[in-house]
Ligand binder design. Structure first.
Ligand code: A2P
Length: 273
């Protein structure tokens, strides 16, 4: 019996949890970061950038649920997630041990503000993330709509160490050759990864590289700031990161938007962690 058969059999045999989905792949990037893929509920429709609640049963049988950005595009038949591992975290202390064939709970009610519809039309779209905040952009970077709406897309991602960038790097570098999305991506996607605590060819916080103009110079954008007439931004990181980025964007006269009132930028907290 091969691996694939045993996963399928496990799916058919179990389905014991409410809203159960089956884990189909797990990749560990560092001691603190891992990726996993699950089956997708047939009824689940979502917009790239949205999140869902996922979890596992606790010792008392009650589900422990947390918000996770969907890291896969809406056209994909499975669902990708990218997570930290918190050794004493109620959910991730257990979730980090999942294996293909295991079940997780997934509530199929996607929500969130990091959606293209919450932005006014523009020319250049910035994805600004720290750590696992890259997850919603792993979805948006694979959405053809992103490239249909914008001439240029810039993915800025900052982590402490080089190994923490690996999930994003692998994804970004695979896109131009991707049989489904490659032709949409073309040469529109620019990637600007940086570290803050380990030597790397580009370093520094997203905030500092924006405020100093360094990223604009390094990418040859011919300006040293965003312009509310053409630039749009989506932000996902820690609360402090989001706050500091918003101060910079506000200073450039970009305004925060929402589904109900699109504007120049949108913000979401990177949830777990
Ligand atoms: P730094 O190493 O200078 O703190 P963390 O692991 O603490 O969540 O941080 C992830 C990355 O985000 C780190 O590179 C960290 O830089 C950076 N970072 C943390 N807080 C901020 C902030 N307020 N503004 C910009 N970058 C931040």
């Amino acid at each position: 019996m091969n691996q694939q058969t045993s996963v399928t059999d496990a799916t058919a045999a179990k389905k014991t949890l409410p809203d159960a989905q089956t884990v189909t792949e797990v990749r560990h990037y560092t001691d603190d970061l891992f990726y996993f893929r699950t089956t997708r509920p047939q009824s689940l429709r979502f917009r790239s950038g949205e999140f869902v609640m996922i979890g596992l049963p606790g010792d008392d049988g009650k589900p422990i649920m947390r918000a996770y950005s969907i890291a896969s595009p809406s056209w994909d038949e499975g669902l990708d997630f990218y997570s930290i591992k918190v050794q004493d975290g109620p959910l991730t202390s257990r979730l980090q041990h999942i294996q293909p064939g295991d079940e997780i709970i997934l509530r199929p009610k996607p929500v969130g503000t990091l959606v293209l519809d919450a932005l006014l039309p523009g020319k250049r779209l910035w994805f600004l993330a720290t750590g696992t905040g890259i997850a919603p952009f792993a979805s948006l970077m694979r959405d053809p709509d992103t490239y249909e709406r914008y001439d240029e897309v810039i993915m800025m991602h900052t982590c402490r160490e080089v190994a923490e960038l690996e999930f994003g790097r692998q994804l970004v570098e695979s896109l131009p050759e991707d049989p489904l999305i490659g032709e949409f991506v073309g040469d529109k996607l620019k990637y600007y990864p940086t570290t803050t605590r380990e030597d790397f060819h580009t370093m520094g916080r997203v905030t500092d590289n924006l405020a100093s103009g360094k990223v604009f110079a390094d990418l040859g954008l011919g300006t040293d700031r965003m312009d509310p007439a053409i630039d749009r931004a989506m932000v996902c990181g820690s609360l402090d990161f989001n706050k500091d980025i918003m101060a910079i964007l506000d200073g450039w006269n970009l305004r925060e938007g929402a589904n109900s009132e699109p504007a120049e930028y949108v913000v979401e907290k990177a949830f777990v962690g």
